[in-house]
Design a binder for this molecule. Structure first.
Ligand code: C2O
Ligand code: CU
Ligand code: CU
Length: 972
């Protein structure tokens, strides 16, 4: 909910605003100093079809422009209403935005012209995909009629100005933009002469086929895909005022535009500061679990959680009333190794198990999954430089029957990538989040394995600074569900530098894993049945208990705080807002303690904080609270759950020493070290493989589209460009990075336009990070060294619902290819086998062999020989013949390089089976005797290969084979 001081200027009805109405996602499109940017949606749109005057698509969800495969044209008509723009409005620029969602054609221009005659849109709906048109109804425009069935165009196919107003090439599925002076001057003309506003026609390429493109219309089911027009205008003085709009709050605009948005206009000349708007009402969940509809302030006064303006109690489900702070905070157990010691080199065997756990005193036991039967997995204690190995076992069985699970306790969306192949079977794989580990131990999502199987040996070298890491499930398309069931745990690396600091440790050091969950009345976890873009629980668990309490001594504690939630961000604070200190970020200690009064953690992030309880009298109770809206930061998509846990201060003194002024050096990585900078656009794209719903994507690409190949050992800058209203916690596997800076941007004409200077990261972001808050409409740049381990790793948004719905991709750290040993000159006899080997170094190498410059393929060659290994490092030619002789070389490639070996000559001479063994010109008994002599070890009578039958052994068989050939049999 927006109040004065936070208003987003007068952008209304834009795609982002639609999202705000429908999904609680707010974005910003800033107004420039002198002008207002107004977004409006069409009031009419339809398609006219050349093949029949009785076809139209007035009320259908799409419109079309261009020529079909059978050579028939379609044109789209589109009209906006400018009556709300007062006379004297000056139009500076305009952009028409359309979503193209189906085509069989490549890039084709779509040209916009101004229509010269009025036309109608009635209720015709084209069935199916819409391409064939629907029966025109009275009032619809058609190819010959501007209003069917009585009023005709003067020309078939509509009357429009011959000069185009704008043109844009439209290629594949995506968002397209038309802008330029032509559009702006049409709009100016229509504002000045409203009777001339007949809108535009969209004409495709009608001199080729197929060229047709389908666009979402104003009737599209998905509001975010509907057409809109963004206009940069200056209103005449005195023609605007404050407008009170539900959800958005107060915006300054004209009376007409305000009315179009269902706002309450406060009068020309009024403004938004102070905010004149009355509070709207919405559903409010009270602490006792009941719901009432009231204003946000009344809700807050009643300690309720407000579900958003205009929400209703009918559609809001309020949290069951569980009494907070009745269960003690559990501390997860220390993992016990199979060999070695906790905190040192060790091997662990860790099963994933299903069990029932009491998550709150008053809740029936909940079916959960845990590592080693612990709701929050056991904490793995590791030491820098001492290797830990783990065999992860998927031992998930139905608790009641002991059978391996073939289904998931939570609803699986089998349309998603992963379950589309594996169905509901709970495949799992474990990722050590923040760990610098080899690719084959990273828990790659594609490495997931089913119940009853185990991972290969995972190796964690721990060659990185002391830090709070965590391990969790990472199964492709199931991560959000497997983690929701409980598959997460802490992994702590300690080192000498940390040990040397006088900071709270031992019982004064406590891990806090915060997650939100919802429950069904029987105590089971609730998770929505199909994929949702955010899922927020209405209870907060710390270390696996709902709203627990912790008795503390009067002194300092180090809390290792982890946001292990799927979607929820937290802004944590203590009552009275005392100062606490953050001493570590994701990847290790900060250079110095950072004083703070609140801490925002998005999913996946960690912060080690020190809270001092010494100033509080024994018996004082302090509730750790959260006030981060969901989704973060705009809110409107889920309940605010404000309580987290309670600290109860006891009588005893604790760790009272002051904190050290400095901790460990964190040398900044200089930007000049970067070999390259990559840009990642974060936004939704129209439905890709799961029906209609949009998918969150990175650069519009999918999991299997690998386009980042950092060179092993190199440094890169990755720049997250967040074109959405939600903060995405962007996580990169393998590395710990540093945050370089952030910069605001706006979107103009569909382009990202940076605004103002880059600004530095927050003080608590000046250490090592592996997950960064990429905030709405900002460019967030991080820098990382891609060292030590080549191979494929994931990077993704750590909102697990986004991660499972395509906001996850792979990069491949690449070691360039080098030829270690080229193939050598080889001889083969006719009918024999030749082997050529090219030994190379490099990661993920692919091979292709060439003979005399022509690439080879596996299989029979047509001249009698057979080739195997044409795309492997060993090439084998069997049944060699003269045609196989030539120059052979191998081309080795990978994502970042390629190398060609030098060529080796293959000569093919003489039949392999030459029975004239002693080479005296006759085939006779002498040859058998000579071979027998050679088999016995005396080769003096012949230079030929004594393995006559080519079976790899020199023995009596060879003599027998030769004897048969001498007697007249064919060669073996
Ligand atoms: Cu914590 Cu790839 O995840
Ligand atoms: Cu990770
Ligand atoms: Cu995200």
């Amino acid at each position: 909910m927006m109040r004065a001081g936070q208003r987003r200027s007068s952008w209304i009805g834009s795609r982002m605003a639609w999202a705000a109405w429908t999904a609680g996602v707010l974005g910003m499109l800033g107004a420039t100093a002198h002008a207002d940017i107004i977004t409006i949606v069409p009031v009419a749109d339809t398609t006219i079809y050349e093949e029949s005057d009785e076809l139209s698509n007035g009320a259908g969800p799409h419109f079309f422009a261009g020529r079909t495969a059978s050579g028939i044209n379609r044109r789209a008509l589109l009209r906006f209403d400018f009556s709300a723009f007062p006379a004297g409005t000056i139009v500076h620029s305009a952009t028409l935005v359309l979503e193209m969602d189906r085509t069989n054609a490549g890039p084709e221009p779509i040209v916009v012209h101004r229509l010269l005659n009025a036309w109608g849109e009635a209720g015709s709906i084209a069935p199916g995909g819409g391409g064939g048109g629907g029966d025109a109804q009275p009032g619809d425009a058609t190819w010959l009629h501007r209003v069917f069935p009585d009023v005709f165009w003067s020309a078939a196919g509509a009357d429009f100005a011959p000069t185009p107003s704008a043109s844009t090439p439209v290629d594949g599925v995506g968002t397209y933009f038309w802008s330029g002076l032509g559009l702006a001057s049409d709009i100016q003309y229509w504002i000045d002469s409203p009777a001339q506003n007949h809108g535009w026609i969209l004409v495709g390429n009608e001199s080729d086929q197929p060229t047709a493109k389908r666009f979402a219309s104003r009737q599209n089911q998905e509001p975010a895909l509907r057409p809109y027009l963004q206009i940069d205008v200056t209103f005449p003085p005195g023609s605007t005022g404050a407008c009170c709009i539900p959800v958005l709050g107060c915006v300054t605009t004209t009376a007409g535009l305000c009315a179009q948005q269902g706002g309450l206009f406060q009068g020309n000349g009024t403004n938004c500061s102070p905010d004149p708007c009355p509070e709207f009402t919405g559903a409010c969940c009270l602490p006792n679990g009941s719901c009432t509809e009231t204003t946000p302030s009344a809700c807050a006064a009643a300690n309720g959680s407000y579900a958003g303006d205009l929400t209703s109690c009918v559609t809001t489900s309020c949290a069951q009333p569980l009494t907070p702070f009745v269960d003690a905070l559990p501390i997860p157990p220390i993992a016990q190794p199979t060999t070695g010691v906790p905190g040192g080199a060790a091997h662990y065997d860790i099963p994933m198990r299903e069990l029932f756990a009491q998550l709150h005193r008053d809740l029936p036991p909940t079916r959960v999954w845990g590592y080693s039967s612990s709701v929050l997995g056991p904490t793995i204690e590791a030491r820098r430089g001492q290797t830990v190995t783990v065999t992860w076992q998927n031992d998930l069985r139905v608790f009641e029957t002991g059978q391996y699970r073939t289904t998931h306790p939570l609803p699986v969306d089998t349309c998603l990538h992963g379950p589309d192949v594996n169905g509901e079977v709970p495949f799992t794989v474990v990722h050590l989040h923040g760990g610098h580990v080899p690719a084959n131990s990273d828990g790659h999502p594609d490495d997931a394995f089913p119940p009853g199987t185990s991972s290969p040996l995972y190796t964690y070298p721990n060659n990185q600074p002391a830090a709070t890491l965590w391990y969790h499930d990472h199964s492709l398309g199931l991560t959000r569900l497997n983690v929701w069931m409980g598959l997460a745990g802490f992994y702590l690396i300690r080192d000498d530098a940390e040990d040397a600091l006088n900071i709270p440790r031992g019982t004064n050091e406590i891990p806090l894993a915060i997650m939100d969950r919802s429950f069904n009345p029987d105590g089971s976890f609730f998770y929505p049945p199909s994929w949702h873009e955010h899922v927020f629980g209405d209870h907060i668990l710390v270390n696996g208990k709902v709203w627990p309490y912790l008795h503390v001594k009067r002194g300092k504690y180090r809390f290792r705080v982890l946001n292990a939630s799927n979607s929820r961000a937290y802004t944590l604070r203590l009552p009275g807002q005392p100062t606490f200190w953050q001493i570590a970020s994701d990847g290790g200690l900060l250079p110095a303690p950072v004083p703070m009064t609140n801490l925002t953690l998005t999913p996946g992030e960690r912060a080690d904080i020190v809270i001092d309880f010494a100033p509080y009298a024994p018996g004082t109770e302090l509730v750790l609270t959260n006030n981060a809206p969901s989704p973060f930061p705009a809110g409107g998509g889920g309940p605010l759950v404000s309580q987290v846990m309670k600290f109860i201060v006891g009588p005893d003194a604790g760790h009272t020493d002051p904190l050290p002024a400095s901790l460990v050096p964190v040398p900044r990585i200089d930007e000049s070290e970067a070999l390259l900078e990559r840009e990642f656009l974060l936004r939704k794209i129209p439905g890709h493989h799961c029906g209609q719903s949009d998918v969150w994507a990175i650069n519009g690409l999918m999991w299997d589209d690998i386009t980042e190949f950092p060179l092993l050992g190199s440094t890169e800058v990755w720049s997250w460009i967040n074109r959405s209203g939600v903060t995405h916690p962007m996580h990169i596997h393998l590395v710990q990075f540093q945050v370089l800076d952030r910069q605001n941007f706006t979107v103009q004409g569909g382009q990202v336009v940076p605004v103002g200077d880059r600004f530095p990261p927050e003080p608590n972001e000046m250490g090592w990070k592996d997950t960064v808050q990429a905030r709405p409409f900002q460019i967030t740049r991080v820098i990382a060294r891609f060292e030590n381990y080549a191979g494929r790793f994931a990077y993704h948004c750590h909102i697990l619902e986004h991660e499972d719905h395509e906001m996850m991709r792979q990069f491949e750290v690449c070691e360039p290819v080098a030829i270690v040993t080229p193939p050598t000159n080889t001889q083969a006899c006719e009918g024999g086998t030749a082997t050529l080997v090219a030994e190379v170094s490099g990661s993920s190498v692919q091979y292709l062999w060439f003979r005399d410059g022509f690439p080879l393929a596996d299989g029979p060659t047509g001249t009698g020989s057979t080739i195997l290994g044409a795309t492997a490092y060993v090439l084998q030619i069997s049944g060699a013949g003269p045609a196989d002789a030539g120059f052979y070389y191998c081309l080795a490639t990978n994502g970042c390089s390629n190398a060609t070996s030098s060529a080796a000559t293959l000569t093919v001479s003489g039949p392999c089976c030459d029975p004239d063994f002693n080479q005296d010109g006759n085939v006779d008994q002498d040859d058998i005797a000579c071979l027998a002599q050679a088999v016995a070890g005396d080769p003096s009578c012949s230079d030929m290969d004594p393995d006559f039958n080519q079976d790899g052994n020199v023995d009596q068989d060879d003599i027998d084979a030769l004897a048969q050939v001498v007697a007249g049999a064919p060669c073996p």
